[in-house]
Design a protein around this ligand. Structure first.
Ligand code: KIV
Ligand code: ZN
Length: 520
């Protein structure tokens, strides 16, 4: 019996984070190898129980990342995903065998629509596949999770037969995903209740939720299943994931903590690290967090209206059900200016949840000094934007070195740009229809591509005309979607950084595809 199996009778909910697998799978959220390690380290430190580190058969890069994460993670179980195919299972087993606790997570579709159109297999054939693949996985590792893909659109009788086969073959966790985000909370809970009641050996496995957010119900569905006996929740930081995303880890954890009266459970998550995790994932995926996102959105603890502000001043709990500090959000404060020294900056970074080695610290400090020279008041948000950009771009092959732009009423607007590409600096000049167009045309001259600009978005990090601009860019090329972000007091420099960051990700994706094609 595993530790988790014992816990099922109790109130402990196992948090299974799939940011690096289901999260990374969504269009535009590609992470580099080093970024994945940074995210895994943070998840481990935060107390996530299981880190799904990737899909080892998908590419050499995925295999290497899962292997490296398995080797370095100290506390969490490391899981690798596998389809119900022998080669997938062996590859996942190979990647997670280095972990102190390794898990193979294998899945197969069970719904009639998937069986008929995707799998082209009969129910009987799929049952045989479940027995064979779970048995194979159990011969490689002790800890095997089996998922019924599209469980919520599967007939309950057949679903029970599948779960029964998986448990008999040795699955220790049974995951019943709402793959298409279709269920309502009552339906989702009823499915768990029925399966747990009807499958004879259901008490031998932990039951797990995995909800997608197509109808905005992913968190509600996950929590509803707890009452029906589920004790593992699969989720992602910021709710990133396929289509509308997965259940958001920070929302699940804070709902359980804040409403312990209605949800009598507990997780092992250190909640003061949630804001940091959100920022890191947003920085490395280049996915902005929506302003009004629960728990980690920048407005989540902001009180704008007079009535609310008045109430807050009289008593914090009038309009706040949890404190910003409990999720790691420090109160906005004027931090430092150009006279602030290394010690003050180091202390501030620590306060904001960043830990750096000496080289990374020096780099961040120099960037802070450069910003403080240009901007009178430097706020916490400025420092976060600046440091997150350094983290996000630390491993990029291309960097903006210099940009001069001619703008104004008497055109043509033009840009002279110097890029560092793999250590070589190159400069070009281009005209455009406006300064942003000229800047992007210059980048295009240096990095020819056929990608289409799908989104160009600018927002100010703080208030004032000297505020840093944070720019998001989304590009698409041959079905690949990538995003990039940049931050600077100069909107055009931030735009160039964002465009170049997106192109760097695109190159990475092209390489991944090329390697995968070579491997076939
Ligand atoms: O949504 C889903 O069904 C999945 C499975 C692979 C668990 O992500
Ligand atoms: Zn999923």
């Amino acid at each position: 019996m595993t530790t988790e199996t014992k816990d099922v009778a109790g109130d402990r909910v196992v948090i299974f984070d799939t940011t690096l697998r289901d999260g990374e799978q969504c269009p535009g959220a590609t992470m580099t190898f080093d970024e994945k390690l940074d995210v895994a380290d943070l998840l481990d430190a935060m107390g996530v129980d299981i880190i799904e580190a990737g899909f080892p058969i998908a590419s050499e890069g995925d295999f290497e990342a899962v292997t490296a994460i398995a080797k370095r993670v100290k506390r969490a179980t490391v899981a690798g995903l596998a389809r119900a195919i022998n080669a997938d299972i062996d590859r996942a087993g190979e990647a997670v065998r280095h972990a102190q606790r390794g898990r193979i997570h294998t899945f197969v579709s069970t719904s009639p629509i998937h069986l008929a159109h995707q799998m082209r297999k009969s129910e009987a054939e799929v049952l045989e596949i479940i027995t064979a693949t779970v048995t194979r996985a159990r011969n490689l590792v002790e800890d095997v999770e089996w998922s019924a893909m599209d469980a919520t659109r599967t007939g309950i009788d057949y679903l029970c037969q599948c779960v029964d086969a998986a448990i008999k073959a040795g699955a220790t966790t049974i995951n019943l995903p709402d793959t298409v985000g279709y269920a309502t909370p009552e339906e989702y809970a009823a499915m768990f209740r029925a399966v747990r009641e009807r499958v004879p050996d259901s008490d031998k496995a932990i039951f797990s939720t995995h909800c997608h957010n197509d109808l905005g119900l992913a968190v509600a569905n996950s929590l509803a299943a707890l009452d029906a006996g589920a004790r593992q929740i699969e989720c992602t930081i910021n709710g990133i994931g396929e289509r509308a995303g997965n259940a958001a880890l920070e929302e699940i954890v804070m709902a359980i903590r804040t409403r312990s009266d209605a949800l009598p459970y507990r997780t092992g998550i250190e909640t003061t690290m949630l804001a940091r995790a959100s920022k890191l994932v947003s920085a490395v995926t280049n996915f902005p967090v929506q302003y009004n996102k629960a728990i980690v959105g920048r407005n989540a603890f902001a009180h704008e209206s007079g009535i609310h502000q008045d109430g807050m001043l009289k008593h914090q709990q009038t309009y706040e059900i949890m404190t910003p500090e409990s999720v790691g959000v420090a109160k906005t404060s004027l931090v430092m200016g150009k006279h602030s020294g290394r010690n003050a900056f180091r202390t501030k970074l620590k306060e904001l949840g960043y830990e750096f080695g000496e080289n990374a610290f020096e780099d961040a400090f120099n960037r802070f000094k450069a910003l403080a020279d240009r901007k009178k008041h430097v706020y916490d948000e400025d420092i976060e934007a600046l440091v997150d950009q350094s983290i996000a771009h630390a491993h990029d092959r291309m960097k903006v070195v210099a940009l001069q732009v001619v703008a104004g009423t008497s055109g043509p607007q033009s840009a002279t740009l110097t890029l560092d590409i793999d250590g070589n600096q190159q400069t070009v000049h281009a005209n455009g229809n406006g300064p942003v167009d000229a800047t992007f045309a210059a980048i295009h001259k240096l990095v020819p591509h056929t990608a289409r600009l799908e989104l160009y978005q600018v927002h100010a990090v703080t208030e004032g005309t000297d505020a840093q601009a944070e720019v998001s860019v989304r590009l698409s090329e041959d079905g690949r979607v990538v995003t990039g972000r940049g931050a600077d007091t100069d909107t055009l420099v931030a735009s160039a950084q964002a465009y170049v960051a997106a192109l760097a990700k695109l190159m990475l994706k092209r390489q991944k595809t090329a390697k995968a094609e070579q491997a076939v």
